[in-house]
Design a protein around this ligand. Structure first.
Ligand code: PBG
Length: 329
């Protein structure tokens, strides 16, 4: 950087003195256009179920969904993400409920799609909500089998596309799945269905509340370190993204969010593809509890979300989406 002058002729506080001036020089902004709202769905009717580890977040039965979608559209949120909590009785080692045309996600997709065309719907592609062992793929000798898992993920993707999903989001971290899913979608006339790859997904300790929300916390055997990324690494993130772009991803996700702003920036600086950030459940609950206990004030939410924009994210998946979109209006 060239010389920026020096005190006393240069006083950086001058531009900060008045609110109008601060507005003129702001480098990053946050708007509802930047938000993706994850919604947990469950069985039953008229259910709005508290999630103990995520204050203010609920599991909703499908009959409640239209109201939520309307609220999202009303607040200009471009896309929602659906996450199912299925009962243990429907889980097995192969996660076969994922391929049931009448599973929760499929029912929700059909219902929303029938009445709402102008909001994006994204669905995870991974088996963890459906497997009895809680892993994202199927196990062979206690190891998540890459290629056998991809075969199922392709079917899951095609099913979701058929039901009206706009954005297929593989969150499983199998090698090569983006390319295989892209090929299958194209072959079946879904060439305009987008793929949001969870390209850079770390084996993180911040996912706990989410696993509670989808009901895989108690069932998960071991950890996900032999497929999700090691949090000590960043060069590997560049390789993951490069591969997924080659395989046909339309956007890439970095996950979790705040502990990984360096990774968002790294990818933004090295590629032209849109980067999304996922402010995950553990981050949400920390901030939410901070506010509840009057350790933080509510502005901390805006600050955390704006940091993703500053780092270079195009959009943020966040459980705060509805509440913040309302505030930003
Ligand atoms: C499942 C999935 C996870 C999250 C999104 N999709 C958890 C995991 O990989 O164990 C985490 C989201 C969050 O913590 O908010 N593949």
């Amino acid at each position: 950087m060239k010389s920026i002058g020096s005190y006393p002729s240069t006083r950086l506080r001058r531009n900060r003195k008045k609110e109008w001036s601060r507005r003129l020089v702001q480098e990053s902004t946050l708007s509802p256009n930047d938000l993706i709202w994850p919604i947990f769905i469950c069985e039953g009717t008229n259910v709005k179920e508290r999630i103990n580890t995520m204050p203010g977040v609920y599991r909703h039965s499908i009959d409640k969904l239209e109201k939520l979608v309307e609220s999202a559209m009303d607040k200009n949120i471009p896309m929602i993400a659906l996450f199912p909590n299925i009962p243990n009785s429907k889980k097995n080692s192969k996660g076969s409920e994922a391929l049931n045309k009448n599973n929760l996600v499929c029912k929700a997709l059909r219902l929303i799609r029938k009445n709402y065309k102008n909001i994006g719907i994204m669905c995870d592609v991974a088996l963890d909500p459906y497997t009895s062992h809680g892993h994202d793929g199927i196990l062979k000798n206690n190891y998540v089998d890459n290629d056998e898992t991809i075969k199922i993920l392709i079917k899951q993707s095609l099913l979701q596309a058929e039901m009206g999903c706009d954005v297929i989001a593989p969150s499983d971290m199998m090698d090569g799945r983006v390319g295989e899913i892209r090929k299958a979608l194209d072959k079946n006339n879904y060439e305009l269905v987008q793929i949001l790859s969870y390209a850079v997904k770390y084996a993180s300790n911040f996912y706990g509340p989410f696993r509670d929300a989808v009901g895989s916390k108690k069932t998960l055997k071991g950890d996900k370190k032999n497929y999700q990324m090691d949090f000590r690494n960043s060069k590997e993130a560049l390789r993951e993204v490069a591969l997924d772009i080659k395989e046909g991803a339309d956007f890439v996700m970095v996950k979790p969010g705040m502990p990984y702003l360096d990774i968002i920036k790294l990818i933004r600086d090295n590629f032209k593809i849109p980067v999304f950030a996922y402010q995950v459940s553990g981050e949400y609950s920390l901030i939410k509890n901070g506010i509840k206990n009057q350790i933080l004030n509510e502005e901390a939410i805006i600050e955390s979300l704006t940091s993703f924009k500053r780092a270079g994210a195009s959009a943020v998946v966040t459980y705060f989406a509805e509440e913040i979109a309302q505030k930003l209006r």
